[in-house]
Design a protein around this ligand. Structure first.
Ligand SMILES: Nc1ncnc2c1ncn2[C@@H]1O[C@H](COP(=O)(O)OP(=O)(O)OP(=O)(O)O)[C@@H](O)[C@H]1O
Ligand code: SF4
Ligand SMILES: [Mg+2]
Length: 376
């Protein structure tokens, strides 16, 4: 693959491995995650809520990589963690559709698992099916455990394999698939480089044979050449184990290379979701256009007017009314400050939340000179 610093050809289907099966593995419906802001003082009644994720609905198809992009603080990590039930959603549902009911996956007779309602032992046993690969391989590995024990731990916690010999065999197998050798298993994490540590994290995530992985900025902390190695490994593993990924990243070139489809999030709300090629070359939402305009090689070929993104992302504890992008949008109209745009499918598989997406695309609406100033 090309390195993460240049813009690769966006993928319209999964670039490696089998084409994404269009049946959903994960269905997210009206997901909200609100964090209470604690008030100060003994009798404080609290200071409102941070609407980190505020009503998102989407599906992730079996075998695909759904990219998730947006500025810092837009809610990407919170979406991933709520799907995995590392965080409890405030509202909404997350459904997991297993291929076949399997021991311990919580599915009834072929039906989906409602991940949002799992509790206690059922939730604990379900965790093997959905795993997380973090951004920071330095922080996420226990420095006092050997690599063998780090990779084996999820198997032991889940009680999936009883004998030490069976666990060792499974650890050796998955370590090999992640290009770690037997010698590495005896060492401690400090002996490894960033790329090798991320291989250890990936092996640990895959050892329970999950179907779904959230990769949260999984290559962002690595050097560009190492990023390419890890991305290739993730794509090879996806093909080998029929994995489904939610791939969260700031770097749009990385997302373009890896993703079947891409979703764009802004202040806790999805603003656009489309097949990767379409999103990069025909974005319909002004915020997506602004993000794409920052990628020079997309801008040169794309059929959209570039938009410079100005100002800061609003605080989700005090989100703008109506369309949350209206304070920065050069096309904002009076209605944009009042009415929340509907999430609608404007072409097959292309969803957008903007009142004026078609008018902007057709050139019927000129940008205001000052972004966010409503036209007369
Ligand atoms: N536990 C928490 N308590 C209160 N607010 C939180 C908590 N976790 C996240 N937030 C807030 O929720 C919003 C979304 O955070 P999140 O980490 O999901 O964003 P992000 O898109 O992943 O950002 P980044 O790109 O910087 O990782 C931010 O305003 C953040 O400060
Ligand atoms: S035109 Fe209005 S609805 Fe569309 S993105 Fe801009 S502010 Fe939002
Ligand atoms: Mg994050």
């Amino acid at each position: 693959m090309s390195t993460a610093s240049s813009m690769p050809e966006p993928a319209s289907e999964a670039p490696h491995g089998p084409p994404a099966d269009r049946r959903p593995l994960i269905e997210v419906d009206g997901l909200k995650v609100h964090f209470p802001i604690p008030g100060k003082g003994l009798f404080a009644r609290g200071g409102g809520v941070v609407r980190a994720v505020d009503g998102v609905s989407f599906a992730i198809n079996r075998g695909e990589t759904l990219g998730l992009v947006g500025e810092s603080g837009s809610g990407k990590t919170t979406v991933g963690r709520a799907i995995l039930r590392i965080l409890d959603p405030t509202e909404g549902r997350v459904l997991f559709h297993p291929e076949t009911p399997r021991a311990g996956n919580g599915a009834g007779a072929g039906g989906p698992v409602d991940v949002t309602t799992l509790k206690g032992e059922r939730l604990r046993r379900f965790r093997r099916h959905m795993q997380l690969i973090f951004q920071d391989p330095y922080a996420s590995l226990n420095p006092r455990m050997t690599v063998r024990d780090i990779i084996a731990e999820p198997l032991e916690v889940q009680g999936l394999l009883k004998s030490k010999a069976a666990i060792d065999a499974r650890v050796r197998e998955i370590a090999g698939r992640c290009k770690l050798n037997v010698e590495h298993l005896r060492r401690f994490p400090h002996a490894f480089s960033g790329g090798q540590r991320q291989r250890i994290c990936i092996a640990r995530a895959l050892v329970t044979q999950p179907e779904f992985i959230v990769c949260d900025e999984s290559v962002s902390a690595l050097d560009v050449s190492i990023q390419a190695e890890i991305l290739n490994l993730l794509m090879d593993l996806q093909a080998e184990f029929q994995l489904t990924y939610l791939f969260i990243a700031h770097d749009l070139s990385v997302v373009a290379h890896l993703s079947t489809r891409v979703a764009v999030i802004y202040v806790g709300e999805f603003v656009e979701l489309a097949p990767t090629r379409r999103l990069f070359f025909q974005p319909m939402h002004p915020y997506t256009k602004a993000l794409m305009s920052a990628v020079p090689t997309v801008d040169a070929d794309a059929a959209f007017d570039p938009i410079a993104l100005q100002g800061e992302i609003p605080n989700p504890a005090d989100a703008p009314s109506g369309c949350r992008f209206h304070t920065r949008c050069p096309y904002a109209q009076p209605a944009c400050t009042i009415d929340r745009p509907a999430w609608r499918e404007i072409a097959a598989g292309h969803f957008v939340a903007c009142h004026y997406a078609e008018d902007i695309a057709a050139g019927h609406l000129a940008p205001n000179h000052a972004p966010g100033v409503a036209a007369e």
